[in-house]
Design a binder for this molecule. Structure first.
Ligand code: NDP
Length: 240
């Protein structure tokens, strides 16, 4: 039997790319969403559609998902993963970086949820995986607004889980620590970048996004009446 559609946002690099590849390898048709279309297309995944969409654009995100559903059937899994980490000292950070994090990491996640929620509720099935972070569970001083956006993801996920669970729809929160990805490219504050790199060195390096992808696939493939509500994964030596 044909497997159902998995939608992954932020699929052009890091954790999103690894997850798209893992689901594709497991036989799921996939819709890959990000702005760098050429990179997603270079993965050459089977039964896959790639669309250049900014997750802040709700209408464009909905249109891409509807287009993929026409081809592959209803979305059974969405990974709302696209995010930016403009980590910095709060007192000197340009507020345009706050705006970007708030828009992508919170509204972008809500847009993905909005695009699939009613249909999953009506179909009485489906899985929504929202990308938070260890920084969505505790505060780091140079992560101020980033932490705020990830605490947001925890809060809305818990609330929407309550709303959707009677309809057999799962809402899972993914909370990783230091994972190999392009995340450091988004840090413009040199002191914060330096401290971040030093910490990574201290804990013996980051871990591969493939582990995160594996955990998402594992959680998704549990029977629908079983939910891993949250997955917290870090390098073993990451002590805070
Ligand atoms: P990457 O920078 O490698 O990936 C970020 C992805 O998000 C890219 O595919 C990027 O694609 C996409 N993206 C960013 N902005 C937008 C946008 N406006 N619209 C659509 N896509 C967008 O880093 P990660 O893999 O680390 O990041 C993925 C998620 O994981 C983020 O939410 C991040 O906060 C979270 N996270 C990461 C951790 C880590 O240590 N790596 C730890 C905890 C959480 P493109 O630029 O092509 O649009």
């Amino acid at each position: 039997m044909k497997k159902p559609l998995a939608v992954i946002t932020g699929a052009s690099s890091g954790i999103g790319a690894a997850t798209a590849k893992a689901f594709s390898k497991a036989g799921y048709p996939t819709l890959l969403i990000a702005r760098r279309l050429d990179i997603m297309e270079s993965f050459k995944l089977e039964d896959s559609m790639c669309r250049k969409v900014d997750v802040r654009d709700r209408e464009a995100l909905i249109a891409a998902i509807r287009e993929a559903e026409k081809e592959y059937g209803p979305t059974d899994m969405i990974f709302n993963n696209a995010g930016v980490a403009r980590l910095a000292e709060i007192g000197t950070q340009d507020p345009s970086e706050w705006d970007e994090m708030i828009d992508v990491n919170t509204k972008g996640v809500m847009n993905g949820i909005y695009a699939v929620m009613s249909d999953m509720k009506a179909r009485k099935g489906g899985t929504i995986v929202n990308m938070s972070s260890i920084a969505g569970r505790k505060i780091y001083e140079d992560h101020t607004v980033y932490c705020g956006t990830k605490f947001f993801v925890h809060a809305i996920s818990e609330s929407i889980r309550g709303y959707l669970s009677p309809h057999n729809v799962r809402v899972i929160v993914m909370s990783p620590g230091n994972i190999e990805a392009e995340v450091l490219n988004g840090i413009t504050d040199p002191n914060t970048l330096e401290a971040y790199k030093k910490n990574i060195e201290r804990i013996g390096g980051r871990i591969s996004p493939d582990y995160v992808a594996k955990m998402i696939l594992f959680a998704y493939e549990m029977p629908q009446n079983v939910i891993m509500q949250e997955v917290v994964v870090t390098p073993t030596k990451q002590d805070y």
